[in-house]
Ligand binder design. Structure first.
Ligand code: SF4
Length: 209
């Protein structure tokens, strides 16, 4: 359970020192990072970011999003580690034939990598900027985060940032950050053009605006 956005283990052990808390934040894109990062920094939390999004398609889209995060990192002087890996083939091997479950796989890969890194750097918790987007499957991310929390024995910071989605987009616009038009994978890239949204209902979502 999360109390006012602070993980319970942190409250238990470090009640009087928010700035002592170290959180590793998975960053899915610059647009989604703006609001959660600003909120967590306001709380005085020591934040480190992790870029790891291996299934964004096509490669130039992957690169545009990575470059946008690098730009945000420079503008805001953020500590970000970049796991620059374009894993299209691995992603396809794992989801072909089971398209409806692709988001579950996609979340698990990104959150697990973040949890492992959080343990490695002795962070108090890990989280993801995916939690800001109303287009993502929020409950699935929470469920996945909690499973990975148990598996790797590191707290999942499950804060609902969705109320700040529009504010975050505005912040990104003022910095002229690249803004994507779909979630990221090859399926979502296809679905953005399917105007009736029929495919989106079976898997991820059509657009990411
Ligand atoms: S729709 Fe989005 S969350 Fe789902 S698999 Fe594709 S990139 Fe991942």
């Amino acid at each position: 359970m999360v109390i006012r956005g602070i993980p319970r283990t942190f409250l238990r052990h470090r009640k009087d020192c928010f700035s002592c808390m170290k959180l590793l934040m998975h960053i899915c894109c610059a647009n989604c990072a703006t609001y959660p990062v600003s909120v967590l920094k306001e709380k005085g939390i020591t934040l480190k970011g992790l870029w790891f999004n291996p299934n964004i398609h096509p490669y130039m889209e992957y690169k545009n999003r990575l470059d946008a995060v690098r730009k945000l990192g420079q503008l805001w002087d953020l500590d970000i580690e970049y796991r620059d890996y374009y894993g299209l083939e691995e992603y396809l091997r794992n989801v072909v034939g089971n398209k409806a479950a692709r988001c579950e796989y996609c979340y698990s890969v990104r959150l697990e990598e973040t949890a492992i890194k959080a343990r490695e750097i002795n962070a108090d918790a890990f989280s993801t900027t995916l939690l800001v987007s109303p287009y993502q499957k929020f409950d699935m991310i929470l469920e996945m985060g909690r499973m990975i929390q148990e598996k790797h024995d590191v707290e999942f910071h499950a804060e609902d940032f969705r109320s700040g989605y529009s504010e975050g987009r505005r912040m990104a616009k003022t910095m002229d950050l690249y803004r994507q038009q779909y979630c990221g994978c090859i399926y979502s890239e296809m679905e953005r053009y399917q105007k009736d949204g029929s495919e989106a209902k079976s898997g991820g979502f059509a657009a990411h605006r």
